[in-house]
Design a protein around this ligand. Structure first.
Ligand code: DX5
Ligand code: ZN
Length: 226
């Protein structure tokens, strides 16, 4: 399969109705989501707590596209097999989450998933330079992780540097935090191809009225297609 560099929208279900994840996933996929982004938080690496492997496994039954699991947890390695079993297609760990990210990337691929590495806003691009051959995705956080609906932090210089460092490697650049039709063009112009968006996708809609999800997704896509 050839590497897909086109812009993809990955709605974060952190902004969905927590009592209705199955139907929310179905609704947002029917409205044009390319991937489904699942934010796992442990109340330790980040000051918020979401869900773990059994819940993610339950989401899997509803995801027809790509299940993109973003671990904001520390430590990571002990949970990798559980997320493989839960059906993650892509498993992303933070470079700040442990001392041995190289081993973590190997273990994620070894468990049969694509491996992602995420960087907090304060972490330089160089922190992942020696991981790029073991990585399928670099996630650049444009908010401090932990909550949806935060203000976008401009990381375009870091994105450009990563784009250059990645070169011809088949590695996605994903942007997570504060992505909307105003900020999306900045990050795509800098080299990003996967746009996570929580509040900017789910705002105004619901499972009973999912049309706004589609309008919101199309508005982000339109903002980057010049
Ligand atoms: C933040 C999460 C994000 C979040 C994005 O810690 O990793 O995926 O849901 O939400 P918005 O798009 O609302 O900034
Ligand atoms: Zn995320």
């Amino acid at each position: 399969m050839t590497f897909d560099r086109s812009v993809k929208i990955a709605p974060s279900i952190l902004s969905a109705d927590f009592a209705d994840f199955g139907r929310e996933i179905q609704a947002v996929e029917a409205e044009g989501a390319d991937w489904i982004h699942v934010d796992v938080m442990d109340g330790h690496f980040v000051p918020n707590l979401t869900f773990g492997p059994p819940a993610v496994k339950a989401f899997r039954k509803h995801v027809k596209t790509v299940m993109d699991v973003h671990l904001m947890i520390s430590p990571v390695d002990a949970y990798i097999d559980a997320y493989a079993d839960a059906g993650a297609d892509i498993l992303t760990a933070h470079v700040e989450a442990g001392t041995h990210s190289h081993r973590t990337m190997q273990a994620i691929r070894g468990a049969g998933m694509k491996a992602g590495i995420a960087l907090n806003p304060g972490t330089p691009a160089e922190a992942v330079e020696h991981l790029l051959d073991l990585t399928d995705l670099v996630c650049v956080m444009t908010v401090n992780p932990g909550f949806g609906g935060q203000k976008f932090i401009d990381m375009t210089a870091k994105i450009r540097k990563l784009r250059e460092m990645i070169g011809d490697r088949p590695v996605h650049i994903e942007i997570d935090g504060g992505v909307d039709p105003t900020t999306a063009p900045l990050v795509v112009d800098a080299g990003a191809d996967v746009l996570v968006a929580g509040s900017a996708v789910f705002r105004g809609g619901s499972v009973e009225n999912p049309a706004p999800y589609g309008e919101n997704i199309r508005a982000i896509k339109a903002s980057v297609s010049s």
